[in-house]
Design a protein around this ligand. Structure first.
Ligand code: NI
Length: 255
């Protein structure tokens, strides 16, 4: 059995967990899960994750406003975010970032709230958890300018883009996509990222690794992703879990 499974990105507020979250989350420690970061995408989900963090010692919350949820951003959201950041076990600003795949038309708002939230994270000395879908150029430019600590989650770029992210001192988060049949870039990136900058994640309930694609994803699926990453790096899955647990604790300042 594996240990030190640290899921650096999930959404346990999601309604797909509402029926059995108690049973599921309670089973994590006995199944080797050492830590979970559960991310909000607006005020409501951020608050839900803060509540979950109170209940489960291994679970920590990230709070923020995702580029895909611009309709949920209240006018005074920066004040709300500052209040959320004061809560216990809030370890990052996230999930934030740009999504031009689903929402090109809200680009200007996305860019504004992304920048504003990074500045607040920097001010509070907290890392950011960044989403980038088909927005590599804008994402990279903003990160270069504002230089937050943090992670590019569900990294979908090339090795070249990964190099740019690493140059900024940021981490690369890899998830179920590395196990997909047609995965090329994620596998190249999985082979390339230096040990000390790699994080492993689910994005639960999304991005379920092979052989469970189509089913709900949970942190218990992480070993499948770790096995694939280990295979392309010529090491063991437990080693990948050990280093990604250590890296997540370092980034999110968790003992
Ligand atoms: Ni996510």
């Amino acid at each position: 059995m594996y240990k030190n499974i640290f899921d650096s990105h999930s959404h346990y507020d999601d309604e797909r967990f509402s029926e059995d979250s108690e049973e599921l989350l309670s089973s994590f420690p006995e199944n080797g899960v050492s830590g979970v970061i559960s991310c909000g995408v607006n005020t409501e989900t951020s608050l839900q994750n803060i509540e979950l963090a109170k209940k489960y010692p291994f679970l920590y919350a990230a709070v923020g406003y995702h580029g895909l949820n611009t309709e949920d951003v209240p006018e005074n959201y920066t004040e709300v975010l500052r209040e959320l950041l004061k809560k216990e076990k809030v370890v990052a600003v996230g999930e934030i970032g740009l999504d031009y795949h689903y929402e090109r038309e809200t680009r200007d708002i996305q860019l504004r709230i992304f920048r504003e939230q990074i500045k607040i994270a920097n001010e509070y000395g907290l890392p950011v958890i960044v989403h980038d879908r088909e927005a590599h150029e804008d994402t990279l430019n903003i990160l270069k300018e504002l230089k937050p600590r943090g992670v590019l989650h569900c990294f979908s770029g090339s090795v070249e883009t990964a190099k740019e992210i690493l140059k900024l001192g940021m981490y690369i988060g890899l998830g179920g996509a590395v196990t997909f049949k047609n995965a090329v870039k994620p596998v190249e990136v999985a082979a390339f990222v230096p040990e000390e900058r790699l994080l492993i994640e689910t994005d639960a309930p999304y991005m379920t690794p092979v052989p469970f694609r189509g089913k709900r994803c949970t942190s218990l699926h992480i070993p499948y992703t770790a096995e694939k990453i280990a295979e392309v790096r010529g090491t063991t899955a437990q080693h990948i879990l050990d280093i990604t647990d250590r890296n997540a604790r370092e980034l999110f300042n968790i003992k």
